[in-house]
Design a protein around this ligand. Structure first.
Ligand SMILES: *Cc1c(COP(=O)(O)O)cnc(C)c1O
Length: 228
């Protein structure tokens, strides 16, 4: 299968999942996760119509980006960020999906004070409470939302999760549902500066279930670019 076929197939599956859930396909953004993928393949995916790409490492993004500077695409940082990389992160990316501490929010704010720029951010929630994964616990996310809502250069848009891995995507469904319920509860609190419109959840293995549970952004690597 070519890259173009893979993309078409993923798009069909998104449309079908939206159909099952009574949702509109235009309300689900496909983010192609291009970590470890060479710049030429990203260009090819862009030529096939994709406009959103996600990476998880600052250094890798810095290395690949010069070869892609002519493309008009939206870049998403989907992985954990060290506070000392806040400046390059803001320079290289248009969205940040993995905000998980006030300290990191302070760094991201500090490097952009006075620029007038606002970075759309999502809070990463570690729903499985897995020690090896980043993210705040479900019972901490409301407090973090309240704090992040106070930073003028950060535009809080919703939540993101990377749930525990299961072979059967049905077993992930409760985690996706939980993320949606958390977002709904925080939205109902009407905190200043806080929007909970976006749910970044679902990867190659389980994106259809995530869409059925309300994902507005799916992050797909392997099903587009092949195994890493
Ligand atoms: C790698 C990665 C993905 C994509 O995973 P696939 O299983 O290849 O689709 C999604 N989200 C994050 C945060 C990732 O690091």
């Amino acid at each position: 299968m070519s890259l173009k076929d893979n993309i078409a197939r993923v798009q069909e599956r998104i449309v079908a999942a939206c159909g099952r859930a009574g949702r509109r396909p235009e309300d689900v953004k496909l983010i192609a996760i291009s970590k470890t993928v060479p710049a030429e393949s990203i260009r090819e995916a862009c030529e096939a119509g994709l406009r959103d790409f996600g990476e998880n490492r600052i250094q890798e993004a810095q290395a690949k980006r010069p070869a892609l500077s002519d493309l008009t695409v939206t870049w998403h940082l989907v992985g954990h960020l060290q506070p000392n990389k806040a400046k390059p992160a803001r320079e290289l990316f248009h969205w940040f999906h993995a905000l998980d501490s006030v300290r990191l929010a302070e760094r991201l704010e500090h490097v952009a004070v006075g620029t007038g720029e606002r970075l759309p951010v999502l809070l990463e929630v570690n729903l499985g409470q897995e020690p090896a994964k980043a993210g705040v616990r479900g019972d901490e996310v409301r407090n973090l939302a309240e704090e992040v809502g106070r930073f003028p250069t950060l535009d809080l848009r919703g939540l993101m999760t990377l749930p525990p891995f299961f072979d059967d995507p049905e077993q992930v469904r409760p985690y996706f549902r939980r993320l949606r319920e958390l977002a709904e509860a925080i939205a109902a609190a009407r905190l200043p500066g806080v929007s909970m419109r976006e749910l970044s959840m679902g990867m190659s293995q389980d994106f259809e279930v995530a869409i059925e549970e309300g994902a507005t952004m799916v992050r797909i690597g392997t099903a587009i670019f092949g195994p890493r």
